[in-house]
Design a protein around this ligand. Structure first.
Ligand SMILES: *Cc1c(COP(=O)(O)O)cnc(C)c1O
Length: 217
């Protein structure tokens, strides 16, 4: 299957209110252009410098999403162009995003990453700390918090995954009543996006199902 066909098939299978982020980390500009030619405009990367060099080289109507963990000292390399930062999990990071957005005279949209997986290794804010962070963020005029993001455990146990997505959806619904701008729920990857959509995801981040397996060598 070609990348273009994968994109078309996937898009046709999605409810129209679900946004597809094509996760292009480690993939070449030529591969990204194949998806672009098939109409895809939203791409996700997990390394800031890699994303910045792709932004430089590729068409400027691409919307670049940072989906990985963000180091505070690297925000400056993407502040002038990033469309959405998915992995925000601390006030310190939000403050730096605010500062860099101000320097670029723009506002930057962010999702708060919530820790939903049972695994120890995942990044993300414990859900009890969300409201406090949202309150504090109101002072930061250059950042817009537009939703939540989460990653389920890497497991074959479908019930476990559904349970974790459920937790995030509940928190999302609760948050939205108090913060109506919180309208994006980013959950679901190649292995679990169908479950995520079933549980109310509005944005899925799909890499290998579009581009094939990644080669990190
Ligand atoms: C790599 C990555 C994805 C995409 O993973 P696939 O399994 O290839 O679809 C989604 N979200 C995040 C945060 C990632 O790092």
């Amino acid at each position: 299957m070609s990348i273009g066909l994968n994109i078309e098939n996937l898009k046709n299978s999605l409810p129209k209110e679900v946004t597809l982020v094509a996760v292009s980390k480690t993939k070449s500009n030529a591969e990204i252009m194949e998806a672009y030619e098939a109409g895809q405009r939203v791409f996700g990367e997990n390394k800031i410098q890699e994303m910045a060099s792709k932004w430089e080289a590729l068409p400027k109507d691409i919307l670049w999403h940072m989906i990985g963990h963000v180091q505070t000292n690297k925000v400056k390399y993407m502040a002038h162009f990033v469309d959405l930062i998915h992995g925000v999990d601390s006030l310190k990071l939000l403050k730096e995003i605010n500062k860099q957005a101000l320097r670029c005279q723009r506002s930057i949209s962010c999702l708060i990453q919530i820790r939903i997986a049972e695994e120890e290794t995942k990044f993300g804010l414990p859900q009890e700390e969300l409201i406090e962070l949202l309150e504090a963020a109101q002072e930061l005029k250059q950042v817009k918090i537009v939703g939540l993001m989460g990653m389920a455990s890497f497991t074959e146990d479908t019930n476990q995954i559904l349970h974790e997505f459920d937790l995030l959806k509940l928190l999302f619904d609760k948050t939205k009543t108090q913060y109506p701008n919180c309208s994006i729920l980013s959950m679901g990857m190649s292995g679990d996006y169908e479950l995520a959509i079933e549980k109310g995801s509005t944005m899925i981040r799909v890499g290998s199902k579009i581009f094939g397996h990644r080669n990190y060598s």
